[in-house]
Design a protein around this ligand. Structure first.
Ligand code: SF4
Length: 536
């Protein structure tokens, strides 16, 4: 891809001209330009850096980049998809930076990372970074850069020691992990120096202006989209859900103070609007936003909504979506079993799901895609039957609506009440069974790869010993077979795959991220877990 992609960008902010002594910084996205520039988080952080006169930032992607400084002082990565770590290693090599923090000297830049994957559980990747930024970037990045400016001339260790003092800035090299044995669990994680905080707390931004695209381009994966973050986190707290638990509390953008002005600004450069957030329709003034977007001046706007809570699918919502270019709607139901939905704290009744389908059809949408999961803790065979029965009922209630059921396998995520559960080894069989049963009643079934869920679980519950495995696997390809091969090669240097993926951990076990504090204390997660298991 040619560098002219940068010339095609329409900017909604004015980049600063860097000072003569500005810090040379490379801010990389470990995937192609098209993928990276579609990440609102990457866009916003880049604009934040590019607005500072004391930073000279150059962007780098796997297929293109802006002119790079000869001697960058800071190199940052935003990691939003686990397997992109392979590209981080490749980009580090291309910049002649050693892969592991411990191999770097004063001559090398400080390598920092942020983004959803690293905020959840950075441990499998910890050895590759000098600094990891945990939580919301709004204030954190500025504090990180300000602190760096203060100690710019110091030696590497002194710089890192100072940076480790900032809340939310995690310097993994200052923490020693002890294990109960070479193939055992983590026994303890403790700082190696007295002035390093024993626990790093993820940062929470509390303003009511959330993110909006600072750049719009035809070369994004969603061409010409202007994205605006309507809500952050989700108040529902389904017990498996990282999108809710990791980013609590639920926050909403001010309608008049943030959303409407941002949308008006964005629509001066494009006609494609994306409303983003884990539960967009739960914004308390969402109906006013819908009325606003229903005005005739927005008739030619194409509207996409990231997530719609099932019981907010009204005929009005379906109508405006249909009128603004959307054909089908996606809702997450997790299961057709009310018993199982209670266990996972999904406050939704089958009647509401059926009503959503009826409303979607009445509003003029032609398709409805439901999302479910198999292998949820507490799941029984009858729960799978209930899902098939529910799909049958929806079909009957909204004939002619194209129905799809996407289905993944439950994957435990750090900082959620289900972090202690392993992946159900029977899930693959369950997916096959569902495929057969739903085929019989003419519902399209789209299962997510079970093997991919296993890899996700490995990374989401992994510890630092996995970094050696990840270095090996990158040369083998990203199939589950490649991971098995690498486990075999490393033999007794680390626990087996099953330990990370399928084992239910006792509550007493020290988790690899126990020194990284999420929004809720462990005691609350355990309470939510107990509420779930009491209903098994
Ligand atoms: S409703 Fe969706 S986003 Fe909200 S907690 Fe449940 S699964 Fe997560």
């Amino acid at each position: 891809m040619s560098a002219s992609v940068f010339a095609a960008e329409r900017l909604l902010f004015t980049p600063a001209t860097p000072n003569a002594g500005a810090v040379p910084l490379i801010y990389a996205f470990p995937n192609t330009y098209s993928v990276g520039i579609t990440s609102l988080g990457y866009q916003v952080l880049w604009a934040n850096l590019a607005s500072r006169r004391d930073i000279a930032v150059s962007r780098l992607f796997t297929d293109t980049g802006e002119p790079l400084p000869g001697a960058p002082e800071l190199v940052g990565f935003s990691l939003s998809w686990e397997l992109d770590y392979v590209n981080i290693l490749t980009l580090l090599e291309s910049l002649a930076i050693p892969l592991r923090g411990e191999q770097r000297s004063d001559a090398h830049p400080i390598v920092f990372g942020g983004g959803a994957v690293l905020s959840a559980n950075p441990e499998p990747f910890a050895d590759f970074f000098d600094v990891i930024l945990l939580g919301d970037g709004e204030n954190l990045v500025g504090e990180f850069i300000d602190a760096y400016q203060d100690i710019r001339g110091g030696d590497r260790k002194a710089k890192l020691r100072r940076l480790a003092q900032i809340p939310g800035v995690y310097v993994p090299g200052f923490y020693e992990v002890k294990y109960t044995g070479a193939t055992g669990a983590v026994a303890a994680v403790a700082p190696t120096e007295a002035d390093i905080p024993p626990v790093v707390t993820k940062q929470t931004y509390r303003g009511n202006v959330l993110c909006a695209s600072p750049v719009v381009t035809e070369n994004a994966a969603w061409p010409d989209i202007f994205m605006v973050e309507v809500v952050r986190s989700c108040p529902e707290m389904c017990r498996f859900c990282l999108a809710s638990y990791l980013t609590l509390p639920f926050r909403t953008a001010s309608l008049e103070g943030a959303l409407m002005p941002a949308i008006a600004r964005g629509l001066t450069v494009t006609k494609r609007l994306g409303l983003l957030g884990a539960s967009v329709t739960q914004h308390p003034e969402f109906h006013i936003l819908l009325d606003y977007l229903s005005q005739p001046q927005f008739d030619d706007v194409r509207l996409s909504i990231a997530s719609v809570r099932t019981n907010t699918v009204t005929e009005q919502l379906a109508k405006i979506l249909a009128a603004r270019g959307t054909k089908s709607l996606t809702i997450a139901v997790e299961s057709g079993s009310e018993r199982l939905r209670k266990i996972i704290n999904k406050k939704l009744a089958n009647d509401e799901i059926i009503a959503a389908a009826i409303n979607a059809k009445a509003g003029g949408l032609t398709g409805l895609k439901l999302y479910g999961m198999v292998g949820l803790p507490g799941e029984e065979t009858a729960d799978l039957d209930a899902t098939v029965a529910m799909m049958k009922d929806i079909k009957k209630a909204a004939p002619g609506l194209r129905l799809t059921l996407g289905c993944s396998t439950f994957v435990p995520k750090a900082h959620t009440p289900f972090q202690w559960f392993g992946v159900d080894p029977g899930a693959e069989k369950k997916l096959k069974w569902m495929q057969k049963e739903l085929g019989r009643i003419g519902v399209e079934f789209r299962p997510e790869s079970y093997n991919w869920s296993v890899i996700q679980a490995l990374i989401s519950r992994g510890d630092r010993r996995l970094s050696r495995l990840l270095e090996l696997v990158r040369h083998y390809g990203d199939s589950l077979g490649s991971y098995r091969r690498a486990f075999k090669e490393l033999g007794s240097q680390l626990p087996p795959l099953d330990f990370y993926v399928h084992t239910n951990y006792p509550l007493s076990q020290t988790l690899p991220w126990s020194h990284l504090q999420g929004p809720l204390p462990d005691a609350t997660l355990q309470k939510h877990l107990a509420e779930a298991t009491s209903q098994f």
